[in-house]
Design a protein around this ligand. Structure first.
Ligand SMILES: Nc1ncnc2c1ncn2[C@@H]1O[C@H](COP(=O)(O)OP(=O)(O)OP(=O)(O)O)[C@@H](O)[C@H]1O
Ligand SMILES: [Mg+2]
Length: 385
């Protein structure tokens, strides 16, 4: 098992900054996902870990070993590519055994019987026993996906890298394969990096999630932490539903009071430890749908008033969309309520459940002294020339 340490990684392609300032530690045996929209740099970061790319700057460590410039085949990583990259006219067995035939342990090749044994074990692991002689083009999408996984696992890698492995599967198969991957990953406890742009997938399988936007990892934490304490507006917006009301900081105490343009005052809490809010700073108050209630819990709850635009009955709840000062807001209420469009509605949000977030992404996080992911430059002492 291996711990992966990424230190200030940057990779550009010409003018395109594919990923930058990535600093994080992927603990041994954990499954971490890289989550973010198309083009945010997930595959680039995965390929930096695999060794298919060398970073412009920064370092990659496997435990104490600096592997930044080590070629992929010497890193002992198993990788599933975004498009599987199987050889269609070769048999399942030949696809899986390919890497093993090339692998040398202390300079020695595997014997034929050792290869047979390992390939069969890998086929069993992904529940494809008996299909070794089939050709790839004779398999279903889900079976091909399993072959790709078996091929990555057969070399007994220290690190498993999976790039959107389930994106070609239908919803039901995707769920099944997701459970398979979790089972195998836990069984072998391989340090795993899993790329996806599907937030549900990320939340349901990960020990840790790295939320990426335009090349930067904005937060790297457990699913629970990401949902409850998003560090940026982007993260709050990307994970789950959220309503954002813009305003200005009016008072800073244990809670932060924010004045909205329509005069309402909202009190909430910061989700970023040590962020230096300033009076007058433009911020966003973020509400989760389930944090808005029809009746008040305490006399100092925030009140949010608006006009209902649409309701959706979802069985376990009633999604209520309403407009507050030109912003569309969303609440999740009791399914038995009779609420209709154009109703005036007043909802209550306990002050501790309202999140106050600075504007901006990592620029804001860089203002936190000694932030673990974006340590700010040490203060320079002014010199009198
Ligand atoms: N080989 C390359 N040459 C030039 N630009 C590249 C190359 N690979 C990636 N890029 C650019 O770098 C950025 C990040 O790409 P990357 O493939 O890492 O994104 P991604 O998050 O994996 O996206 P997707 O979800 O669509 O797979 C994009 O703007 C992309 O166009
Ligand atoms: Mg990709």
């Amino acid at each position: 098992m291996v711990e992966i340490v990424l230190e200030n990684l940057r990779k550009t392609f010409g003018d395109v900054v594919a990923t930058d300032a990535v600093t994080m530690t992927l603990k041994e045996g954990e499954l971490s996902t890289l989550l973010g929209p198309s083009g945010c740099g997930k595959t680039t970061l995965l390929r930096l870990i695999a060794g298919f790319y060398i970073p412009d700057s920064g370092r990659v460590y496997f435990d104490d070993r600096d592997v930044t410039f080590l070629p992929p085949h010497l890193r002992n990583t198993g990788m599933c590519f975004q498009n599987y990259a199987l050889w269609p006219h070769m048999s399942v067995f030949d696809n899986i055994s390919y890497g093993l035939k090339l692998k040398r342990v202390h300079g020695m090749k595997y014997t034929k019987s050792a290869i047979d044994k390992r390939v069969n074990a890998a086929l069993n692991l992904v529940h494809l026993e008996g299909l070794g002689e089939r050709h790839i083009h004779q398999l279903s999408g889900g079976q091909q996906q399993r072959v790709a996984l078996a091929r990555a696992l057969v070399i007994e890698p220290d690190v498993l890298l999976l790039d959107e492995p389930l994106s070609n599967l239908d919803a039901k198969l995707r769920m099944e394969m997701r459970e398979e991957i979790i089972r195998i990953q836990k069984e072998l406890s391989i340090t795993t990096v899993y790329v996806t742009h599907d937030q549900h997938e990320a939340l349901s399988i990960s020990d840790k999630v790295a939320v990426m936007d335009r090349g930067y990892v904005q937060q790297f934490a457990s699913p629970r932490e990401i949902y409850a304490h998003p560090q940026t507006v982007f993260v709050a917006d990307f994970i789950g539903q959220c309503t954002f009301l813009s305003g200005q900081v009016e008072n800073i105490g244990e809670l932060i009071d924010v004045r909205l343009p329509d005069g309402q005052l909202i009190s909430g809490t910061s989700t970023i430890d040590e962020y230096p809010f300033e009076i007058g700073e433009a911020v966003k108050c973020a509400f989760r749908p389930e944090d808005l209630h029809l009746s008040s819990v305490s006399s100092d709850d925030n009140r949010v008033r608006g006009t209902v635009t649409r309701t959706i009955y979802i069985g376990t709840g009633l999604e209520v969309y309403f407009e507050v000062g030109g912003v569309s807001a969303q609440a999740l209420l009791d399914p038995d309520l009779a609420i209709s469009p154009n109703d005036q509605i007043e909802l209550f949000a306990p002050r501790r459940e309202v999140m106050v977030l600075p504007e901006g992404g990592i620029e804001a996080l860089k203002r936190v002294p000694g932030h673990p992911m974006f340590p700010s430059a040490p203060p320079t002492t002014a010199s009198s020339a």
